[in-house]
Design a protein around this ligand. Sequence first.
Ligand code: NAP
Ligand code: F7E
Length: 343
Amino acid sequence: MRPTTARPGTAMITGVTGQDGSYLAELLLAKGYTVHGLMRRTSSFNTERIDHIYQDPHTPGRRLVLHHTDLSDGVSLVNLLREIRPDEVYNLGAQSHVRVSFDAPLHTADVTALGALRLLEAVRAAGLDTRVYQASSSEMFGATPPPQNEHSPFHPRSPYGCAKAMAYWSTVNYREAYGIYAVNGILFNHESPRRGETFVTRKITRAVARIEAGLQHELHLGNLDAVRDWGYAPEYVEAMWRMLQQQEPDDYVVATGVPATVRDFLAAAFGAAGLDWQRYVRHDPKYERPAEVDQLVGDATKARTLLGWEAAVHYDELARIMVEADMRRLADMPVRSRAGVAS
Ligand code: NAP
Ligand code: F7E
């Protein structure tokens, strides 16, 4: 591990308003870092996941500072890096939805692939000795059979997977060409109560809470046979941080190693509320993908051996955590706000 420096570090996080960005910001603040979060401008508030750690600009000595920018704006990235001079940069920003990447492939490539390259080039152009974490994905393995590890070949099956593969190789290239401390965390699916509502786990746990409350009667899903390796997001951001504390930069798979089908997750989530999923779930081909990734199951031996990192929460406990959180959220919601689409 890197020796701890006398002064607390400064970190920059792209995608700070996302699931992982919010947990990582919490972790780094708890470790004493000053955190600069980059967020895009949206017409409605997009800070729900970080509202609880928000610090007003007039707070003396504040350690969470938010900046508006976009991964499509390379000049703003260089300007921010020159201004902030971070010790560590975590690139978590992305168009991260696989199904949506088939509808918006060029936008996905621009943000998810070129955005990563813009950030790496900005680090190089700013001439900083900054460590860079790239949020790579198990989607890069795509059609390669499990278990997948750091040596498994990439065979992406979506515009998102292709974009992440380009970002992965750009990270390796900047490490080899310019000596930048840049690493890829190849993370398998990780979820939490803060997971976006249109990813399958959260779509299911949110539906369970709504069905239990009598607000919803059916749940429409696509392929139930897909196998995923679902872990718990707060544990995964710890692995990101550990990757940037090593003597040498390297790439790591982060996963639980426990396979489960969408059907298994349905049984665990509905079971947590004492419900039988088969009474409520309907098939809708709209939610299938032009090309599916059938099985992702990670082998995280390297992360366990070199980072001392291991997943503690597996899919069945994760389903229970998420169902209970969605039930609490619904109970706290004013009755007039409870309508909502479940897409
Ligand atoms: P997420 O919840 O979808 O968060 C993505 C973040 O990127 C959000 O803050 C989003 O902003 C931001 N973003 C989107 N477009 C942007 C743009 N043009 N410019 C700047 N920021 C933009 O994703 P996550 O689950 O936290 O995942 C974090 C990263 O890990 C992503 O790169 C994802 O692809 C990758 N990853 C995730 C998983 C997983 O299972 N969760 C697994 C492997 C890799 P808004 O809040 O405004 O939408
Ligand atoms: O789908 C199936 C779907 O959208 C999981 C992202 O974080 O992890 C995530 O990508 C599985 C797929 O996640 C529905 O076909 C069935 O087989 O929750 P998902 P994902 O595609 O695995 C990777 C590692 C990332 O990097 C991504 O950023 O579930 N499925 N029915 C469905 N999926 C959705 N979304 N909605 C359904 O109705």
